[in-house]
Design a protein around this ligand. Structure first.
Ligand code: SAM
Length: 213
Protein backbone atom coordinates (compact mmCIF):
# COMPACT_ATOMS: atom_id res chain seq x y z
CA UNK A 1 0.00 0.00 0.00
CA UNK A 2 1.23 3.50 -0.77
CA UNK A 3 2.32 5.60 2.20
CA UNK A 4 1.42 8.80 0.30
CA UNK A 5 -1.17 9.25 -2.43
CA UNK A 6 1.32 10.95 -4.78
CA UNK A 7 4.00 8.38 -4.21
CA UNK A 8 3.53 6.39 -7.39
CA UNK A 9 3.04 8.42 -10.55
CA UNK A 10 5.52 11.23 -10.91
CA UNK A 11 7.39 12.05 -14.10
CA UNK A 12 10.33 9.88 -13.15
CA UNK A 13 8.02 6.92 -12.52
CA UNK A 14 6.16 7.43 -15.79
CA UNK A 15 9.42 7.65 -17.72
CA UNK A 16 10.67 4.49 -16.03
CA UNK A 17 7.43 2.62 -16.80
CA UNK A 18 7.78 3.65 -20.46
CA UNK A 19 11.10 1.79 -20.60
CA UNK A 20 9.29 -1.42 -19.63
CA UNK A 21 6.87 -1.30 -22.55
CA UNK A 22 7.61 -3.72 -25.38
CA UNK A 23 8.59 -2.11 -28.65
CA UNK A 24 5.87 -2.16 -31.25
CA UNK A 25 6.12 -4.03 -34.54
CA UNK A 26 6.61 -1.96 -37.74
CA UNK A 27 2.86 -1.69 -38.43
CA UNK A 28 1.93 -0.29 -35.00
CA UNK A 29 5.09 1.82 -34.87
CA UNK A 30 4.20 3.25 -38.28
CA UNK A 31 0.65 3.96 -37.09
CA UNK A 32 1.99 5.75 -34.01
CA UNK A 33 4.13 7.91 -36.29
CA UNK A 34 1.19 8.52 -38.67
CA UNK A 35 -1.05 9.46 -35.71
CA UNK A 36 1.57 11.85 -34.34
CA UNK A 37 2.10 13.45 -37.74
CA UNK A 38 -1.62 13.94 -38.42
CA UNK A 39 -2.88 14.65 -34.90
CA UNK A 40 -4.88 11.45 -34.49
CA UNK A 41 -5.69 10.67 -30.83
CA UNK A 42 -4.87 6.96 -30.67
CA UNK A 43 -4.53 5.14 -27.36
CA UNK A 44 -1.25 5.51 -25.47
CA UNK A 45 1.12 2.53 -25.84
CA UNK A 46 0.65 1.59 -22.16
CA UNK A 47 -3.12 1.52 -22.68
CA UNK A 48 -2.55 -0.71 -25.67
CA UNK A 49 -0.39 -2.99 -23.57
CA UNK A 50 -3.00 -3.04 -20.79
CA UNK A 51 -5.67 -4.08 -23.30
CA UNK A 52 -3.37 -6.77 -24.67
CA UNK A 53 -3.13 -8.28 -21.22
CA UNK A 54 -6.87 -7.98 -20.55
CA UNK A 55 -7.92 -9.46 -23.90
CA UNK A 56 -5.31 -12.22 -23.70
CA UNK A 57 -6.75 -13.20 -20.32
CA UNK A 58 -10.43 -12.82 -21.13
CA UNK A 59 -10.49 -14.13 -24.71
CA UNK A 60 -13.68 -12.24 -25.62
CA UNK A 61 -15.71 -13.36 -28.64
CA UNK A 62 -17.75 -10.25 -29.42
CA UNK A 63 -16.04 -6.91 -28.93
CA UNK A 64 -17.40 -3.41 -29.47
CA UNK A 65 -15.23 -0.33 -29.80
CA UNK A 66 -16.70 3.17 -29.69
CA UNK A 67 -14.21 5.36 -31.57
CA UNK A 68 -12.14 3.63 -34.26
CA UNK A 69 -9.84 6.43 -35.41
CA UNK A 70 -7.12 4.86 -37.60
CA UNK A 71 -7.63 1.35 -36.21
CA UNK A 72 -4.67 1.18 -33.82
CA UNK A 73 -6.69 -0.25 -30.95
CA UNK A 74 -8.60 -2.57 -33.32
CA UNK A 75 -5.28 -4.16 -34.25
CA UNK A 76 -4.21 -4.39 -30.61
CA UNK A 77 -7.49 -6.09 -29.68
CA UNK A 78 -7.63 -8.22 -32.81
CA UNK A 79 -4.20 -9.71 -32.27
CA UNK A 80 -5.18 -11.01 -28.84
CA UNK A 81 -8.77 -12.18 -29.21
CA UNK A 82 -9.71 -15.64 -30.51
CA UNK A 83 -9.67 -16.31 -34.26
CA UNK A 84 -13.46 -16.71 -34.28
CA UNK A 85 -14.07 -13.41 -32.47
CA UNK A 86 -15.86 -10.45 -34.03
CA UNK A 87 -14.81 -6.86 -33.37
CA UNK A 88 -17.35 -4.16 -34.19
CA UNK A 89 -16.03 -0.60 -34.28
CA UNK A 90 -17.70 2.77 -34.87
CA UNK A 91 -16.21 5.90 -36.46
CA UNK A 92 -17.96 9.08 -37.54
CA UNK A 93 -15.39 10.35 -40.05
CA UNK A 94 -15.40 8.57 -43.43
CA UNK A 95 -11.82 9.53 -44.34
CA UNK A 96 -10.45 8.41 -40.98
CA UNK A 97 -12.43 5.19 -41.25
CA UNK A 98 -10.93 4.51 -44.69
CA UNK A 99 -7.47 4.84 -43.14
CA UNK A 100 -8.50 2.42 -40.39
CA UNK A 101 -9.70 -0.12 -42.95
CA UNK A 102 -6.40 0.16 -44.80
CA UNK A 103 -4.26 -0.26 -41.67
CA UNK A 104 -6.40 -3.09 -40.29
CA UNK A 105 -6.17 -4.82 -43.68
CA UNK A 106 -2.39 -4.68 -43.39
CA UNK A 107 -2.59 -6.41 -40.01
CA UNK A 108 -4.13 -9.60 -41.51
CA UNK A 109 -6.09 -10.31 -38.34
CA UNK A 110 -7.61 -13.74 -37.99
CA UNK A 111 -10.76 -12.41 -36.32
CA UNK A 112 -13.52 -10.57 -38.18
CA UNK A 113 -13.72 -6.78 -37.99
CA UNK A 114 -17.00 -4.98 -38.75
CA UNK A 115 -16.57 -1.26 -39.41
CA UNK A 116 -19.55 1.02 -38.83
CA UNK A 117 -19.54 4.58 -40.13
CA UNK A 118 -21.75 7.00 -38.23
CA UNK A 119 -22.42 8.75 -34.97
CA UNK A 120 -21.93 6.29 -32.14
CA UNK A 121 -25.19 7.20 -30.42
CA UNK A 122 -27.06 6.38 -33.63
CA UNK A 123 -25.09 3.24 -34.52
CA UNK A 124 -25.03 1.57 -31.09
CA UNK A 125 -28.81 0.96 -30.93
CA UNK A 126 -28.61 -0.86 -34.29
CA UNK A 127 -26.00 -3.39 -33.11
CA UNK A 128 -27.04 -6.71 -31.65
CA UNK A 129 -25.26 -7.95 -28.55
CA UNK A 130 -24.38 -9.56 -26.38
CA UNK A 131 -20.89 -8.11 -26.23
CA UNK A 132 -18.29 -9.42 -23.81
CA UNK A 133 -15.67 -6.68 -24.26
CA UNK A 134 -16.23 -2.94 -24.69
CA UNK A 135 -13.69 -0.22 -25.44
CA UNK A 136 -15.08 3.30 -25.04
CA UNK A 137 -12.78 5.92 -26.59
CA UNK A 138 -14.94 8.52 -28.29
CA UNK A 139 -16.78 11.77 -27.47
CA UNK A 140 -16.11 12.46 -23.80
CA UNK A 141 -19.47 14.11 -23.11
CA UNK A 142 -21.22 11.01 -24.47
CA UNK A 143 -19.49 8.29 -22.41
CA UNK A 144 -22.42 7.89 -20.03
CA UNK A 145 -24.87 7.54 -22.93
CA UNK A 146 -22.65 4.89 -24.57
CA UNK A 147 -22.65 3.01 -21.28
CA UNK A 148 -26.42 3.26 -20.93
CA UNK A 149 -26.96 2.04 -24.49
CA UNK A 150 -24.54 -0.84 -24.05
CA UNK A 151 -25.42 -2.13 -20.58
CA UNK A 152 -28.55 -4.03 -21.74
CA UNK A 153 -26.32 -5.81 -24.29
CA UNK A 154 -23.70 -6.95 -21.76
CA UNK A 155 -23.88 -10.21 -19.84
CA UNK A 156 -22.38 -10.68 -16.37
CA UNK A 157 -18.60 -10.90 -16.69
CA UNK A 158 -18.41 -8.54 -19.66
CA UNK A 159 -15.46 -6.16 -19.45
CA UNK A 160 -15.68 -2.43 -20.19
CA UNK A 161 -12.48 -0.43 -20.76
CA UNK A 162 -12.76 3.36 -20.97
CA UNK A 163 -9.92 5.64 -22.01
CA UNK A 164 -9.06 9.24 -21.04
CA UNK A 165 -10.77 9.13 -17.65
CA UNK A 166 -8.20 11.47 -16.07
CA UNK A 167 -8.28 13.77 -19.16
CA UNK A 168 -4.82 15.22 -18.86
CA UNK A 169 -5.19 15.40 -15.08
CA UNK A 170 -8.06 17.90 -15.30
CA UNK A 171 -10.77 15.71 -13.79
CA UNK A 172 -8.90 15.68 -10.47
CA UNK A 173 -8.41 19.44 -10.50
CA UNK A 174 -10.74 22.41 -10.19
CA UNK A 175 -11.20 22.58 -13.96
CA UNK A 176 -14.66 22.91 -15.49
CA UNK A 177 -15.46 22.44 -19.14
CA UNK A 178 -17.97 20.10 -20.78
CA UNK A 179 -15.60 17.17 -21.34
CA UNK A 180 -13.90 17.41 -17.95
CA UNK A 181 -17.21 17.72 -16.10
CA UNK A 182 -18.69 14.83 -18.07
CA UNK A 183 -15.72 12.56 -17.38
CA UNK A 184 -15.78 13.46 -13.67
CA UNK A 185 -19.45 12.49 -13.52
CA UNK A 186 -18.77 9.37 -15.57
CA UNK A 187 -16.03 8.25 -13.17
CA UNK A 188 -18.40 8.68 -10.24
CA UNK A 189 -21.04 6.71 -12.13
CA UNK A 190 -18.86 3.70 -12.98
CA UNK A 191 -17.32 3.73 -9.49
CA UNK A 192 -20.74 3.61 -7.80
CA UNK A 193 -23.09 1.81 -10.23
CA UNK A 194 -24.11 -1.40 -8.42
CA UNK A 195 -24.12 -3.27 -11.75
CA UNK A 196 -20.38 -2.71 -12.16
CA UNK A 197 -17.13 -3.52 -10.36
CA UNK A 198 -14.66 -0.81 -11.40
CA UNK A 199 -11.09 0.33 -11.01
CA UNK A 200 -9.76 3.56 -12.54
CA UNK A 201 -6.02 3.37 -13.15
CA UNK A 202 -3.49 6.14 -13.71
CA UNK A 203 -2.23 4.47 -16.88
CA UNK A 204 -1.93 6.61 -19.98
CA UNK A 205 -4.57 9.34 -19.76
CA UNK A 206 -6.49 7.34 -17.15
CA UNK A 207 -8.18 4.03 -17.88
CA UNK A 208 -11.29 2.55 -16.32
CA UNK A 209 -11.79 -1.18 -16.18
CA UNK A 210 -15.24 -2.37 -15.20
CA UNK A 211 -16.74 -5.83 -14.98
CA UNK A 212 -20.50 -6.28 -15.28
CA UNK A 213 -21.75 -7.94 -12.08
C1 SAM B 1 -9.83 8.86 -29.39
S1 SAM B 1 -10.20 8.48 -31.04
C2 SAM B 1 -10.24 6.71 -31.03
C3 SAM B 1 -8.87 6.10 -30.93
C4 SAM B 1 -8.84 4.61 -31.15
N1 SAM B 1 -9.74 3.93 -30.24
C5 SAM B 1 -7.44 4.07 -30.95
O1 SAM B 1 -6.99 3.98 -29.79
O2 SAM B 1 -6.77 3.77 -31.93
C6 SAM B 1 -11.90 8.90 -31.16
C7 SAM B 1 -12.49 8.79 -32.55
O3 SAM B 1 -13.90 8.99 -32.45
C8 SAM B 1 -14.33 9.65 -33.63
N2 SAM B 1 -15.62 10.30 -33.34
C9 SAM B 1 -15.84 11.59 -32.95
N3 SAM B 1 -17.14 11.78 -32.73
C10 SAM B 1 -17.75 10.60 -32.98
C11 SAM B 1 -19.09 10.15 -32.93
N4 SAM B 1 -20.08 10.98 -32.54
N5 SAM B 1 -19.37 8.89 -33.24
C12 SAM B 1 -18.37 8.03 -33.63
N6 SAM B 1 -17.08 8.40 -33.70
C13 SAM B 1 -16.77 9.65 -33.38
C14 SAM B 1 -13.21 10.61 -33.96
O4 SAM B 1 -13.23 10.94 -35.34
C15 SAM B 1 -11.97 9.81 -33.53
O5 SAM B 1 -11.40 9.19 -34.65
Amino acid sequence: MKSRIDQVIKRVQAEYLDTLLPSRDPLLAGMEAFAAAHGHPIADPEVGQLMRVLVRAKQPKHLIEVGTNIGYSVIVLGRECPADAVIETIELDRVILANAQRFVGEAHLTCEVKFHQGAALEVLPTLAGPFDFVFIDCVKTEYEQYLDQLLPKLAPGAMIVCDNLLWGGKVAEDVHDPSTDALRAFNERIASDPRLTTIVLAAGDGVGISIVN
